[in-house]
Design a protein around this ligand. Structure first.
Ligand code: NCD
Length: 304
């Protein structure tokens, strides 16, 4: 059901499909930790990043290489024919003839979908503007499954719910697991109306709040996000909400014993470094899980 398909948003995934990726990731974890494998030998993954990335780009690369495959990287747009005026459409058509799959991150919403319409090989959306980030969601679900539980989950999505693509994708996926979701954001950064409507039409329990303190003690997972400064049309508007949330150990005094704190990273100041040493922090573990998840996805797309 997976071979040669595009991965653009979480809306296109069924729960069975997600579970099959999570199950395969579990089997591939020893390889993510360094055990040798050749299952993707001879395969090439193209990396097209038109926006900064550390974890997504490097974990895709790690996943491919640890499974015996190779990567080719467009590098900075200034070093490619994009700087001569070549379109995204032409770039994708060309690279689709070199590689077996394409990972793309782009500042414009819909860029990955456009790429998928032109590419002869599977396209994986690694973030399209304020749109979606489905591979992040798969690793987020894997983290929740391993470090907490997916059934009867109570979760708060906190921060920039308007521009944050990770929380858009995660909210769709959580609606398949009957999670109880609390959306915590400043009023100007609420989850887009369309997504809230989709969640309620899927029967998902969603609450909204502005104050993190009222929510912290009643959840199993606290999913923190960065205010996405680069997406604001007006820097003055950004400065009004820039420091909306700052999680410190004091905040966590009444938290559930098994609470886990997640963050797709990079963090700015929404989680104080002193939280790292608490038993709740899972964000660095979460970033490791990007490797087995992307291994699983690549194996399913390239090998079936
Ligand atoms: C996120 C992204 O790029 O959307 N980062 C990531 O992929 N881990 C989150 C962010 O930039 O805030």
């Amino acid at each position: 059901m997976f071979k040669k398909r595009h991965v653009l948003t979480m809306r296109e995934f069924s729960r069975e499909e997600i579970d099959s990726v999570l199950d395969l990731a579990e089997k591939l974890e020893p390889n993510a930790r360094g055990e040798h494998s050749n299952i993707l030998s001879g395969k090439i993954l193209a990396l097209l990043f038109f926006e900064p990335s550390t974890r997504t780009r490097m974990s895709f690369e790690t996943a491919m290489k640890r499974l015996g495959g190779a990567t080719i990287d467009l590098g900075a747009a200034e070093g490619s024919s994009i700087s001569k005026g070549e379109s995204l459409a032409d770039t994708v058509r060309v690279i689709g003839n070199y590689a077996d799959a394409i990972v793309i991150r782009h500042p414009k919403e819909g860029a990955a979908r456009l790429a998928s319409e032109l590419s002869p090989v599977p396209v994986l959306n690694a973030g399209d503007g304020a749109g979606h980030h489905p591979t992040q969601t798969l690793l987020d679900l894997y983290t929740i499954k391993k470090e907490s539980h997916l059934d009867a989950l109570s979760i708060a999505l906190v921060g920039d719910l308007k521009y944050g693509r990770t929380v858009h994708s995660l909210a769709y996926a959580l609606s398949l697991y009957e999670a109880d979701i609390t959306l915590v954001s400043p009023p100007s950064l609420r989850m887009p109306e369309q997504i809230r409507a989709d969640l309620s039409s899927r029967g998902t329990k969603v609450r909204e709040a502005c104050d993190l303190a009222t929510v912290v003690n009643n959840v199993d997972v606290l999913y923190m996000t960065r205010i996405q400064g680069e997406r604001f049309p007006d820097p003055v508007e950004y400065s009004k909400v820039a420091r909306s949330y700052s999680l410190t150990p004091e905040f966590l005094a009444g938290a559930r014993e098994k609470l886990i704190i997640m963050h797709p990273l990079p963090r700015v100041d929404e989680i104080a470094p002193s939280v790292d040493a608490t038993p709740f922090a899972r964000y660095f573990q979460q970033s490791f899980y990007g490797v087995p998840i992307r291994m699983a996805l690549l194996k399913m797309l390239l090998e079936g």
